[in-house]
Design a binder for this molecule. Structure first.
Ligand code: GLN
Length: 559
């Protein structure tokens, strides 16, 4: 039986519970322990796949094709915990399965209730994630904020779980906020006391408090929190704002959180350290030699969380290239014909991420055209690849009105379209091409140069595909298909031949990038952007762009 840690959050949301959980996982792995990470989400959606990025941020896709909460991305980036379908549990899944059982008659005439049926189902899922595997510790993060109606069944299930497994096998870590009140010049502990009080009301006494704060917690303040919240003083851990999220495990370790956890859980461990993480990830992230600017042209650029993995993957590529990656975000709806040259003149590389729906498509296509025509390194992801195909069809092959049938069913050139097997599908949830699949990479391509391998695995989340009817027309005109699915049926990667670096994939490479294992495509993309910037090629592009701008300006002021 593995030991268990439940992580809850109090006071307010957005305290970084996912990063705290992932950091604790990292910390324990550094002790030689085998860790499994799990997220329990209180919403009624079966998975976040049907939620808008405005509501939920990024949908993180696992190897086995589950559409999950973005915190699972943090888990994969920080730890080695395998992540799949079982690692994200939602209220929707739990109720769905209980209701199916009720319909089958499994409850033998009983009244089906939140306690015990829903809570039993939750406990079953907490156990299922580690069944038959050899983990030392399972960390289950409970979504939401203590006091929410939604999270009550999960907290009750966790309470029962501890009762069943024993105190020496299960602990609770509570993440709270200790706000600094400027007018008083003081840190305040009352919200923490209240939030722990709320937890206690439902029968949970937290063992460890992680206190988010912008100032140092003094010894006195820690003692005060310990006294009022009924925890040991060394179990009051400061979680101060940091410069890079990858620093969090180091801070927690400095305060001996790993020792406290292992002591409470009666665990033996090897004395591990995070020296490599500090040297290879944190120090390199904080003190890079160079700087490079990448323009992200997308629909949800105002949202911090909508392209989470993508921004992280760019940072990892920066770490690998000893470079700070400044990310400039461009709302594709506002990237106009008259402004695209001026806007993108500031960037060393252009990235177009994935997405759904018509809105902002033309701006993305404009951004891609700019990158292609000006020799600016380009990376397209999923919808970004589809837009690159449309752009090439319209502006190079002269296929007027070329489009994806997602945006125009009647386009004369459906260069992106549905596969036959997708035509019949009417449900939205879980019906896309999802999860990892094999891609064969061709030699003498940017892709091969980046991956150094003929076979790669990448994760998918889309319905539409390159329309094979047009392959020949593209190949004849300087386009190449550098990656194909096994047997060659589907186009997985495309490139433009006479360009310094123009690559796009039908998959989502960002999900597989880690700070200490950057993704090859991101790494090569940032490397090329940096190389061109440093060699002065970028200056030449800027000069030419300025010329164009002046002409545009003259023309518009004359008109
Ligand atoms: N909307 C496109 C499709 O369904 C692309 C999806 C994506 O970018 N993830 O194929």
């Amino acid at each position: 039986m593995p030991k268990h840690i439940f992580i809850t959050g109090g006071v307010v949301s957005s305290l970084g519970k996912g990063i705290a959980s992932a950091s604790i996982g990292k910390l324990l792995e550094a002790k030689g322990l085998k860790v499994c990470m799990q997220k329990l989400d209180p919403y009624i959606n079966v998975d976040p796949g049907t939620m808008s990025p405005y509501q939920h941020g990024e949908v993180y896709v696992t190897e086995d094709g589950a559409e999950t909460d973005l915190d699972l991305g943090h888990y994969e980036r920080f730890t080695n915990s395998p992540i799949g379908k079982l690692n994200n549990v939602t209220t929707g899944q739990v109720y769905y399965s209980v209701i199916m059982k009720e319909r089958r008659g499994d409850y033998l005439g009983g009244t089906v209730q939140v306690v015990p049926h829903i809570t039993d189902e939750i406990k079953e899922r907490i156990r299922a994630v580690s069944r038959g595997k050899r983990y030392d510790i399972v960390i289950s993060e409970i979504g939401g904020t203590v006091g929410d109606i939604e999270s009550l069944p999960f907290l009750e299930a966790a309470r029962q779980f501890r009762q069943e497994e024993g105190r020496e096998n299960v602990i609770f870590i509570h993440l709270t906020l200790v706000p600094f009140i400027r007018a008083a010049g003081e840190l305040k502990t009352k919200p923490t006391q209240h939030s722990v009080g709320t937890l206690r009301e439902i029968g949970i006494q937290p063992d460890i408090l992680l206190c988010r704060t912008e100032k140092r917690l003094s010894k006195d303040l820690r003692s005060k929190i310990a006294l009022f919240c009924n925890v040991d003083p060394e179990a009051v851990v400061e979680a101060r704002d940091v410069r890079s999220i990858y620093e969090v495990p180091l801070f927690l370790k400095e305060q001996g959180l790993d020792q406290v956890i292992c002591r409470y859980l009666h665990m033996e461990y090897k004395a591990g350290n995070l020296n490599d993480w500090k040297k290879e990830v944190v120090d390199r992230a904080l003190f890079p030699k160079y700087q490079v600017t990448i323009g992200v042209v997308g629909k949800y650029v105002e949202l911090q969380d909508a392209y989470k993995s993508l921004y992280e993957a760019l940072r990892h590529a920066g770490i690998a290239n000893d470079s700070r990656v400044v990310i400039k975000r461009f709302n594709s709806e506002r990237l106009l014909k008259s402004t695209v040259e001026r806007d993108l003149a500031k960037v060393d590389g252009v990235l177009v991420p994935g997405g759904f729906g018509n809105r902002g498509i033309e701006g993305k296509i404009r951004g891609i055209r700019y990158a292609r025509e000006h020799g600016v390194p380009f990376l397209g992801i999923c919808l970004g690849m589809q837009c690159a195909v449309i752009e090439y069809a319209r502006n190079v092959l002269d296929f007027k009105g070329a489009n994806s049938t997602e945006f125009n069913k009647k386009t004369p050139y459906p260069v992106i379209s549905l596969l036959e097997e997708q035509e019949e599908v009417t449900n939205l949830g879980g019906t896309m091409r999802l999860g990892s699949s094999l891609c064969e990479v061709k030699h003498d391509t940017f892709a091969y140069e980046a991956y150094g391998a003929e076979e790669i695995y990448e994760r998918h989340r889309h319905r539409y595909e390159f329309n094979n009817k047009y392959r020949e027309a593209f190949v004849k005109n300087g386009f190449r298909f550098s990656g194909l699915s096994q047997g060659g049926k589907l186009v997985e990667m495309i490139e433009v031949e006479n360009h310094p670096w123009f690559v796009a994939g039908q998959f989502h490479p960002e999900f597989k990038s880690k700070p200490d294992k950057p993704h090859p495509l991101f790494k090569a993309f940032v490397a090329k952007a940096l190389e061109l910037k440093r060699s002065g090629t970028k200056k030449e592009i800027d000069r030419r762009t300025e010329e164009v701008q002046e002409k545009v300006y003259e023309a518009s002021s004359a008109g």
